[in-house]
Design a protein around this ligand. Structure first.
Ligand code: DGJ
Length: 737
C-alpha cells in the first residue's frame, strides 16, 4: 500500500520507496500540506502549529483561533480571495461576478492503477504497481469542485499530480487560472534551478537563491519554448550533484506554461505550476469539467544527479509510449544542412548512397520536398511532392532509398500554413488571425487553428495518407514559430480565451491518432531545434531534435542543461559539417562525434563532400556508437562536470566516459576525474580509448582498476592539446588482476 489514510487524524500518507508525502484535512476541511521528503513513519500533523500572524485573515468558522490562517498554512491547492494572499492555484469568476473559492474536503478515494486524463498525455503504470488517490474539495458558494489526483509510483519515487475542476453549481463560471499542482514547502531554505535559453542555445541552467516575492518561469508562446523550459528543480543551498535534498517539478505539457515560486513572509516556499494563464479564460457551464495537465514530482536527498536519473528512467519507462523508447534507434543522415532547399531526387539519392557508404540506417528528407518549397516563404500546408524536384512524387525516391538498404524518413511541419499556399487560399479561416488585424509573421508562416476539429482531422488524414502510401519509417515533426494572434474563427467570443489550450489539445489528438495507427514509425519532435522539448511531447515521441545548434562547443552546453530533466534517449544529436553553419566555428570531426554521442546519433552533412579519411572515420564512429548505444540510451547518466559525462549500465558492468576540454591551456594541469556509477567491489578494464580533437597524440591509457579506485581515487588522463580535445573511454567489468 503506497497510499494510506488515517481517519482519526485525517492524514493522507503517500509513500514511495524513498520518499514520504503527507497532507491533512484541517479543522474545517482545508487540505493542508504537511511534508514531502525522506521517509518518516509518523503522521506529521503536529507540524501544523497555528501562528497568529498580523494581517493574515482567518476562515470565518475559525475566527476564534487567530492562528489559523490560509495565508500561513501550507496547502495542497490554493485559492484566490479567501485569505491566502500568496499565489493562487485557481482563479475563477462566476457569471454573477463572484471571484475566488474556499475549497474544503468532501470525500476521497484510493484505487489501484494510475488515473488517465482525457485528451492529455499522462504517465502510465508499466508494472501494475501504481496507486491513485483522488481527493474532492468543494467551494460551497459557487458549487465548484476540485478533484486533486495523485498517482503514486512507489518504485520510481515519482508522484504524478493533476486536477479536475467541475462546475457542480448552478451558474456558469469562467476559469482564469487552473494550476496542476501547488506544492508548499513550509520549512527549509531552497534555491531554484531553472533552464532558460533562446533559439540555438536552449536549456541553460541557472541556479539562484530564492528572494522574497514571486519568481516566475513561464512561456506565453503557445509552446513550451526555447526561452524557458517548464522543468525546474528546487534544491537546498548545500545540494551538489551527489548530495543534498532536491525536488523536481516536471509539467507534462507542451503549450504555454507558468510556474510561480514564491518565498513568503513566513519564509515558506510555494510552487504553483500549470498551464499559462496569459489570456486564458475557460467557460465552464454547470455539469462541465476542465482537466488541468499532469505534473510529475520527485524528491531525493541524494543530489541533482539522482534526481535527474529518476526523471530519465521515468520518462523512458512510464511516460513515453513509443516502442522506440526501449528499442535501438536508427543512425540517420538528414538532408537539411547537406542541401537545404536546393535538391532534386538525384541529389537526395546521392546523399543516400553516401549515407549507406557511411554505415547509416536511415535517410531523412528534410524540408523542401512539397508544394513549391524552394524557400521558406511558401507551401506549408501543401503536402504533395514537388514534381519538379521529385518526378513521380515520393514513391520512386522511397523505393530507390529502400533499394540501397536504407530506411526512408520525412520532414513535415503540419501545424503551420504559408500565406502562399493552396491550403491558405482555400481556407484562410483555418489560420490563427485576428479579424481586421494583420497577423504577426514569423518565418513567413501562420499557425493553423488546431482547436478546430476539422483542421486537426485534415492534418491527421493528410499525414496518415502519406504514411499509408509510402514506406516511411521515421517522421521529423517540426514547428517553426510561436503562436500569436490567438483567435479562432470557429469559437464564439466568450470562448476565445480557450483557444491556446484547445490548440494544444488538438495537437495531442493528432499525435495520439497517428502514433496509435503507426506504432512502427519513429516520430522525432522538433521546434526549430529544441523549442518544444518537454514531457508532453515525450509521451508521444521518443526523441526530440535538441537544438538547431550542432556546434559541439555549444551542443555540449545545451545537452548538459537538457540532461537535468531529460534522458539522452530523448536527445536527437547530429554531427554536422565544419565550419559549423550556426557559429562558423571549425572543429574536428572526432570532437563533433563525441558530443553527438551523448544522444541519439545522426549526421547532418553531405557525405559526398567528405574525404575518404573522413568517411572511414565516420564508419568507425557509427560502429562504436552501435556498441555504445544501449549504454547511452538506457544506462544511468552522470554529469562529471559541465563538459564531461558518463553512462553506466544498471548492472554496473559497463560504462562509457566522455571527457572534453573546451578551453585547453598552455602547460595544462593534470586532467583528473573521479568516476561515478561504478561498483566499488568490481574491477574494470579500459577496453577502448578514443582520443578526439587532439593535435598531439596523447599517451595511451589502459589497464585494470578497481571500481573503488576509479570512484574514490579517480583517473588521471594524459595532457590533451587541440581543438575541443577529449577522450572517450569504454570500461568493462573484468577479473581482478
Ligand atoms: C528547423 C529544424 O530545426 C531544422 O532542423 C530544419 O528541419 C528546418 N526547420 C527546416 O525548415
Amino acid at each position: 500500500m503506497s497510499i494510506r489514510y488515517d481517519a482519526t487524524q485525517r492524514i493522507f500518507r503517500l509513500e514511495t520507496n524513498h520518499t514520504t508525502y503527507q497532507m491533512q484535512v484541517g479543522p474545517v476541511g482545508h487540505l493542508l500540506h504537511l511534508y514531502y521528503g525522506r521517509p518518516v513513519p509518523d503522521a506529521l500533523g503536529y507540524r501544523l502549529l497555528p501562528r497568529d500572524c498580523g494581517f493574515s485573515p482567518n476562515p470565518y468558522d475559525l475566527r476564534e483561533h487567530r492562528g489559523w490562517s490560509l495565508d500561513t498554512l501550507p496547502q495542497e491547492y490554493s485559492s484566490a480571495d479567501n485569505g491566502d494572499f500568496r499565489c493562487p492555484s485557481l482563479e475563477v469568476r462566476t457569471a454573477s461576478g463572484m471571484r475566488g473559492s474556499d475549497l474544503r474536503y468532501v470525500t476521497h478515494e484510493i484505487s489501484k492503477g494510475k488515473y488517465a486524463l482525457s485528451g492529455l498525455p499522462a504517465a502510465f503504470d508499466r508494472d501494475d504497481t501504481c496507486e491513485t488517490l483522488s481527493v474532492t474539495l468543494k467551494d460551497a458558494a459557487t458549487g465548484l469542485e476540485a478533484e486533486l489526483l495523485y498517482g503514486v509510483f512507489a518504485a520510481e519515487d515519482v508522484i504524478a499530480r493533476a486536477v479536475r475542476i467541475k462546475n457542480a453549481g448552478t451558474e456558469p463560471m469562467t476559469l482564469h487560472r487552473v494550476a496542476s499542482a501547488c506544492l508548499d514547502l513550509p520549512f527549509g531554505s531552497w534555491e531554484l534551478l531553472h533552464f532558460h535559453g533562446r533559439h540555438c542555445m536552449e536549456r541553460q541552467p541557472e541556479r539562484r537563491p530564492l528572494l522574497h516575492g514571486v519568481q516566475t518561469i513561464s512561456s506565453n508562446r503557445g509552446a513550451s519554448s526555447h526561452q524557458h523550459n517548464p522543468f525546474l528543480m528546487l534544491c537546498a543551498p548545500e545540494t551538489t550533484e551527489d548530495t543534498g535534498e532536491c525536488i523536481g517539478v516536471m509539467p507534462v505539457y507542451s503549450g504555454g506554461h507558468r510556474t510561480d515560486v514564491e518565498l513568503d513572509q513566513s519564509g515558506s516556499v510555494r510552487v504553483v505550476t500549470g498551464i499559462s494563464d496569459a489570456g486564458f479564460a475557460w467557460q465552464l457551464s454547470p455539469g462541465e469539467t476542465f482537466t488541468a495537465p499532469e505534473v510529475l514530482l520527485s524528491f531525493t536527498p541524494s543530489g541533482l544527479t539522482a534526481l535527474s536519473q529518476t526523471f530519465h528512467r521515468f520518462l523512458r519507462r512510464n511516460l513515453c509510449r513509443s516502442k522506440f523508447s526501449q528499442q535501438p534507434r536508427p543512425v540517420l543522415v538528414n538532408s537539411w544542412e547537406a542541401a537545404y532547399f536546393d535538391f532534386d531526387a538525384d541529389r537526395i539519392l546521392s546523399i543516400a548512397r553516401g549515407a549507406k557508404e557511411l554505415g547509416a540506417d536511415l535517410l531523412v528528407l528534410d524540408d523542401g520536398w512539397f508544394g513549391r518549397r524552394s524557400h521558406d516563404k511558401t507551401s506549408l500546408g501543401d503536402w504533395t511532392p514537388d514534381e519538379g524536384k521529385l518526378p513521380g512524387g515520393l514513391e520512386p525516391l522511397v523505393r530507390a532509398v529502400n533499394d540501397l538498404g536504407l530506411q526512408f524518413g520525412l520532414w513535415i511541419e503540419p501545424e503551420m500554413v504559408s500565406e502562399d499556399s493552396d491550403l491558405y487560399r482555400a481556407h484562410p479561416d483555418w489560420a490563427l488571425t485576428v479579424p481586421g488585424r494583420k497577423p504577426a509573421m514569423s518565418r513567413d508562416q501562420l499557425v493553423l487553428d488546431l482547436s478546430r476539429p476539422e483542421v486537426s482531422d485534415w492534418i491527421f488524414e493528410t499525414i496518415a495518407g502519406l504514411l499509408r502510401a509510402h514506406n516511411i519509417t521515421y517522421i521529423k515533426w517540426d514547428m517553426n514559430r510561436s503562436l500569436t494572434d490567438v483567435f479562432s474563427r470557429a469559437l464564439p467570443p466568450e470562448r476565445q480565451g480557450e483557444t491556446a489550450h484547445r490548440w494544444v489539445l488538438g495537437l495531442y489528438e493528432i499525435l495520439e491518432r497517428l502514433t496509435a495507427e503507426f506504432p512502427d514509425v519513429l516520430f522525432e519532435g522538433c521546434a526549430g531545434g529544441g523549442g518544444r522539448f518537454d514531457a508532453g511531447m515525450l509521451a508521444y515521441v521518443p526523441q526530440i531534435w535538441c537544438s538547431d545548434n550542432t556546434d559541439p562547443y555549444s551542443r555540449i552546453a545545451i545537452q548538459y542543461g537538457t540532461s537535468f530533466g531529460y534522458p539522452a534517449s530523448a536527445v536527437g544529436a547530429h554531427v554536422s559539417a565544419s565550419p559549423n553553419h550556426q557559429t562558423g566555428r571549425r572543429t574536428p570531426l572526432s570532437s563533433r562525434a563525441a558530443a553527438a554521442m551523448a544522444g541519439m546519433l545522426g549526421y547532418e552533412l553531405d557525405p559526398g563532400k567528405l574525404s575518404e579519411d573522413e568517411k572511414a572515420e565516420i564508419r568507425r564512429q557509427i560502429a562504436d556508437y552501435r556498441e555504445f548505444a544501449p549504454l547511452i540510451q538506457l544506462g544511468d547518466h552522470y554529469r562529471l562536470g559541465t563538459s564531461a559525462w558518463m553512462f553506466a549500465s544498471p548492472e554496473r558492468d559497463r560504462a562509457l566516459v566522455t571527457v572534453t576540454v573546451p578551453a585547453p591551456e598552455g602547460n595544462p594541469r593534470p586532467l583528473h576525474l573521479r568516476l561515478k556509477g561504478l561498483d566499488p567491489e568490481k574491477y574494470y578494464a579500459i577496453s577502448r580509448i578514443r582520443y578526439f580533437g587532439c593535435e598531439i597524440e596523447p599517451a595511451p591509457l589502459q589497464g585494470v582498476y578497481s571500481g573503488a579506485a576509479l570512484l574514490y581515487a579517480g583517473l588521471t588522463l594524459p595532457q590533451l592539446y587541440g581543438n575541443l580535445p577529449g577522450a572517450q573511454l569504454l570500461l568493462e567489468q573484468t577479473e581482478a588482476l
